[in-house]
Design a protein around this ligand. Structure first.
Ligand code: ADP
Ligand code: MG
Length: 269
């Protein structure tokens, strides 16, 4: 595989579509259709070491894209390549190797962490035989050793999300996909988690795809921003261009909906 070829992006989406079968659901009756097109004609690249944000309103297809990139679900059209190789047909050992390299951070660690397992057990399982040593992992996400003996409900929301990030980092992934990693957290804690992700991106060199509906937060974290609306890409570009001089009216409207001054937030970053 052309892994050393600089022209090959780490991640490439080519004309990706995803339609969900609606079956006999109420939504199917309402729409008078059997399929719902959540994502259509989506194409973009992510270079190794880059950070890309995907923003858009609720329902615009962001989580669907995140799940397709990590292959929790498969596209119904187009192709997704990782290191120049289609991930859609991966199976067996190749799929296992892919799963080690591409990890997801979820919005709610209340659901993604097992409530009956201590942090030590959850992390040990994620680390497996050849992952990052557990104490190094705690250092990476700035958690004290005391959390190891605790259960998820004995942690604060911010600490739980740090455990979620530690689990995602346990096998030294190349690409981290974070789906609304801060939206279940208090505002003061959101900034801490964003700072942590930025630090991991800069120091550990992990490539980031961060999904968020908070444009101010992603402006602090990501170099490029992709804007989605009803399953399609509206625009993509450098964060400073998209957030300060958007080409599309939809992006401008999203920006206008931010309550606090973006300029102040960016200056504080
Ligand atoms: P976002 O993360 O931007 O809020 P999603 O990707 O979760 O958007 O959803 C995009 C659209 O697809 C929404 O209209 C949602 O209702 C629909 N959708 C998501 N998952 C399913 C599913 N499993 N079955 C049917 N429709 C779905
Ligand atoms: Mg979502």
């Amino acid at each position: 595989m052309p892994q050393s070829d600089r022209a090959v992006p780490l991640l490439r989406l080519s004309d990706v579509g995803k339609s969900y079968a609606l079956g006999r659901s109420a939504l199917a009756r309402l729409l008078r259709r059997e399929h719902f097109h959540a994502v259509a004609g989506l194409s973009f690249d992510v270079a190794a070491g880059e950070s890309l944000a995907i923003v858009g309103e609720s329902g615009s297809g962001k989580s669907t894209v995140a799940r397709m990139i990590v292959r929790l679900i498969e596209p119904t059209g187009g192709d997704i390549e990782f290191n120049g190789r289609s991930i859609v047909q991966l199976a067996g050992g190749d799929l296992a190797a892919f799963r080690k390299q591409v990890q997801m951070v979820f919005q709610s660690t209340m659901n993604s962490l097992n409530p009956r397992k201590t942090v030590a057990t959850s992390l040990a399982e994620a680390i497996g035989r050849d992952g990052v040593p557990i104490l190094d992992l705690l250092d990476m996400v700035r958690l004290p050793r005391a959390v190891l003996a605790r259960l998820p409900h004995q942690l604060s929301g911010g600490q739980r999300q740090r455990v979620g990030i530690a689990r995602a980092l346990a096998r030294r992934p190349t690409l981290l996909v974070a789906d609304e990693p801060t939206s279940a957290l208090d505002v003061s804690i959101q900034a801490e988690i964003i700072r942590l992700l930025r630090e991991l991106h800069r120091t550990a060199g992990v490539t980031l795809v961060v999904i968020s509906h908070d444009l101010a937060l992603v402006g602090e974290l990501c170099e490029r921003v992709a804007v989605m609306q009803t399953g399609r890409l509206v625009e993509i570009g450098h964060a400073s261009q998209v957030l300060h001089a958007p080409r599309e009216r939809y992006t401008a409207e999203l920006l206008a909906a931010i309550p606090r001054g973006l300029a102040g937030r960016r200056a504080a970053a």
